[in-house]
Write a protein that binds this ligand. Structure first.
Ligand code: AMP
Length: 598
């Protein structure tokens, strides 16, 4: 999706720490597990006939699933028999239930040690899969499900393992740590699922996955799901899986588009912050952000640009010929994010759109269907995220009815999720660079020679040089996000401040009206590219500008701070050289890039 802004662009989100881990207190009760005879499964309809217990059938029906999806129909019989399975399927096909339901049914009551392990490439997916397991295990008392992932408190995970866990859902690194430390005892593991195996490969986890596979008991069931089947995944499956059943679910581009749909609850005034966070963590190809008005498209695009994204705008003011050029740029990937109004994006058909963000609620469900239909094209994976204000939340249900599919609630990505995503991307870039290498022999020789000479001249090891090279790639700004996350919770609460001026500026209407006043006679208004996002205070601007321009603080006029920029009133007739110096001046680690406000 979006070009992820380099960390060198620093953070367009606020900062801080986190984080809790998911725990579950459901307990397994052997009496809930009805006797299962999958061979008797014969029914063609519904979930009956696969040998599921009454408890599970009741849960499925209360969730509202009427028919198993194709992948579920294909997977249930083999998985209920404990067979290995390789499934090629994307998110949105119902693959989680395809493995979770049979695995829940096959859990045995006696052990305190984990019986099922699901490995997922990201923390977000791990949490989601753990949540699905909980939902599906609602009728089975005493099943304990534990999500383990990096960034979360290690000790509470250890405590959970000590208390007893049936199903572990985790990211490879953290799972490995627990196995190594002996906190995760694999003796009783009966089933292992590799979810989104190709993503794990892409993110450089494949060695960790193999290490984990090597720790499993000889008698175990292996299930592998992957959207694509690169040769590494094929060979892994050949080496580890035992005569697996094979299922391929092809996505159809028209009526059965596979679009994962989610929503997050957010007050208008926090939407921009939430958007930058979502764009850091949801990865894929091109992105379309839908906004309600032309003015919002402009302010969103401006803000994203400041964060280092390649953005284009499509609204009713964009003339036809430019519109076509913009779409072409999006198609080719020279622009990654398009911020558009509904009318302007009508009929837009670009295959590489991996994510649609409904920054504002669509006017009706038809518009919603049209918007999300810009992704998941040509059989590709698509994701749609809907920003919903607390008051709009009640409309989600009617959208779900229209699309005939659940729209899942998601959280605004936390610091640790963003950090995990940054670390994974960096790691992925490094691993890809290792694999891709370089074609030009001369250039290779040159680089190798450079490494050798520098390490002998400076008397440093190649490890130290590798660190320096990575440091260069990461850039001088903070690589990880820290700081206040208080607003993440606050931002989904009902707010009384909902007028439009607040939406755009995150400030009270009265204050905005005041801000619109023209500068005084002898003053000129300048715009600087630093704002609330950078935690700038008026004093920072006064101090920096006064020092650089040789002005006394009191000569600096009104200062208005907005999300990604600020306005400063300065005396007219500023000398050119001072102006040039001010442009390069950094405040809160960001260049002011000062220019006259028109
Ligand atoms: P997944 O591919 O596992 O991410 O699932 C995609 C979505 O389909 C989730 O929101 C599930 O709750 C939903 N889902 C899974 N199985 C069914 C089913 N048999 N009927 C209706 N919805 C389902």
């Amino acid at each position: 999706m979006s070009k992820i802004p380099g960390h060198e662009d620093s953070l367009c989100t606020d900062d801080s720490v986190e984080d809790g881990l998911q725990q579950e207190s459901d307990e397994l009760d052997a009496s809930d597990i009805a006797s299962i005879d999958p061979k008797n499964s014969s029914s063609d309809e519904g979930f009956e006939g696969f040998g599921f217990s009454n408890a599970l059938l009741t849960t499925i029906s209360s969730i509202g699933y009427k028919e198993p999806s194709p992948i579920q129909k294909a997977a249930f019989p083999d998985l209920m028999l404990g067979r290995d399975l390789v499934g090629q399927a994307q998110t949105g096909t119902g693959k989680t239930a395809a493995f979770a339901l049979p695995l829940i049914e096959r859990l045995q009551g006696a052990s305190k040690r984990p019986q099922v392990l699901v490995l997922a490439p990201t923390r977000e997916l791990a949490l989601q899969v753990a949540d699905s397991f909980r939902e599906y295990a609602a009728g089975h008392t005493r099943i304990k499900i534990q999500a383990v992932y990096g960034g979360a408190d290690f000790r509470s995970q250890i405590t959970a393992f000590k208390r007893g866990v049936d199903v572990v859902v985790g990211t490879p690194g953290r799972v490995m740590d627990h196995i190594r430390q002996g906190t995760f005892d694999t003796t009783d593991l009966r089933s292992l699922v590799l979810d989104e195996a190709d993503e794990m490969l892409r993110m450089g986890f494949i060695d960790d996955v193999e290490w984990i596979l090597d720790q499993l008991p000889k008698e175990r069931q292996l299930i592998l799901f992957s959207a694509t089947m690169p040769k590494e995944i094929r060979s892994l499956s050949k080496r580890y899986l035992n005569s697996p059943a094979e299922i391929t679910i092809k996505s159809r581009s028209d009526d059965a588009r596979l679009i994962r749909q989610r929503f997050l609850i957010i007050q208008n005034s926090f939407k921009l912050k939430a958007l930058t966070r979502v764009l850091e963590t949801v990865t894929g190809e091109g992105v379309i952000v839908f906004a309600r008005t032309k003015a919002i498209t402009l302010s969103v695009a401006e803000s994203l640009e400041t964060c280092g994204h390649d953005v284009a705008v499509l609204n009713g003011d964009v003339p036809q010929n430019q519109r076509e050029r913009t779409i072409e740029r999006l198609r080719k990937g020279s622009v990654n994010i398009l911020v558009a109004t509904d009318v302007a994006a009508r009929g837009l058909d670009v295959d590489r759109i991996g994510l649609v963000i409904n920054y504002d609620m669509p006017f009706d469900s038809e518009a919603y269907v049209h918007r999300i239909g810009r992704t998941g094209r040509a059989g590709r994976n698509g994701e749609a995220i809907l920003f919903v204000t607390p008051r709009e939340r009640r409309f989600v249900r009617s959208l779900e009815n229209t699309v005939g599919q659940a729209i899942e609630l998601m959280q605004i990505p936390s610091n640790s999720l963003i950090n995990e995503s940054r670390i994974n991307r960096l790691r992925g870039r490094l691993v890809t660079s290792l694999a891709v290498g370089r074609d030009d022999e001369k250039e290779i020789a040159l680089m190798q020679e450079m490494i050798e000479t520098i390490s002998s001249e400076k008397n440093v090891s190649e490890k130290e040089l590798a660190f320096a090279a990575l440091n260069l790639v990461v850039g001088p700004n903070s690589f990880l996000v820290h700081g206040d996350e208080g607003w993440l919770d606050q931002s989904s609460q009902q707010s009384r401040r909902t007028n439009y001026r607040e939406d755009r500026f995150g400030q009270g209407g009265r204050r905005s009206a005041r801000a619109n006043r023209q500068p005084e006679e002898h003053m000129e208004r300048f715009r600087v590219e630093v704002g609330h996002r950078d935690r700038v205070k008026p004093g920072n601007l006064v101090g920096a500008i006064a020092n650089e321009a040789g002005l006394q603080g009191r000569m600096i006029g009104r200062i208005q701070i907005f999300e990604s920029h600020s306005f400063v009133d300065l005396p007219k007739g500023m000398p050119k050289d001072i102006f040039e110096n001010l442009k390069r001046l950094k405040v809160m680690n960001r260049e002011l890039n000062i220019h006259r406000s028109t």
